[in-house]
Design a protein around this ligand. Sequence first.
Ligand code: ATP
Length: 278
Amino acid sequence: MQLPLTQPGADAPPQALSATPLLQLAQVSIDYPQGEHWVRATHQISLSVMQGDRFVLLGASGCGKSTLLKAIGGFVTPSEGSITLAGRRITQPGPDRAVVFQEFDQLPPWKTVRENVLFPLLAARRCGRKEAAERAELYLAKVGLAKFADAYPHQLSGGMKQRVAIARALAMQPELLLMDEPFAALDALTRRRMQDELLALWDEFRFTLVFVTHAIEEALVVGNRIAILSPHPGRLRAEIDSERFGFNNAGSADFQATTQRIHGLLFETPRAAAGVEA
Ligand SMILES: Nc1ncnc2c1ncn2[C@@H]1O[C@H](COP(=O)(O)OP(=O)(O)OP(=O)(O)O)[C@@H](O)[C@H]1O
């Protein structure tokens, strides 16, 4: 069976043809200084993310996924190319992009769960105090943590901390939710549950997500589109439409075949990737 792959630089998938991309990366290269030299982390990557996409950046360790996400967040400046959000060039971090990281220590430990969600809302003047309080209650309830609003991060499990980070990010009602391997440090059962909960939140709020992972199955389940990056430096190898995959068909022949093909693309085994090489 042939995968619905598009080659790098090819047109966007059919459902998006008439829409304007929310996020656009055009020929983005990023270099880091290393001694007297520069090391290229990503090379001329072009991508378009549509409103409501669950867009996954998938690649092996060191291929530049986090670097690309940091550049979208405005924390890293590309050496060439441009990144635009709703037509505006990204040059610095802003409250229109909320980030959830992998690390459990992303929540200030001296603030309660409620304060953790409230603080960025107030600091960014995203809304007034009353609305901020209402948003904090709403999103904490949505991630199942209403009863823990007065707890401190050290009193929570890893999964609960990630739920707070997600509530904090969603409460900002950002144009883009950026997630950098948010579930990678969780045990397998919790990880799966968190993926499920994230999809349920997306069903309700339809935010636009850019999600970094190195796990093929996670990419297929979470994403509706997947960009596959090759390593050293990271280049766009292929783009996959993964809308049809979910937990309900994770054992299917189609799912397994797609997993194998992606594996071939990631690790450049020509046979496995036959017919879908970029
Ligand atoms: N601050 C930095 N300074 C110098 N080099 C860096 C820096 N951050 C990342 N790099 C280099 O850039 C390349 C891409 O790193 P990056 O963390 O983006 O990859 P990744 O795909 O997210 O990897 P992983 O899945 O292991 O987190 C690597 O070679 C890394 O060593």
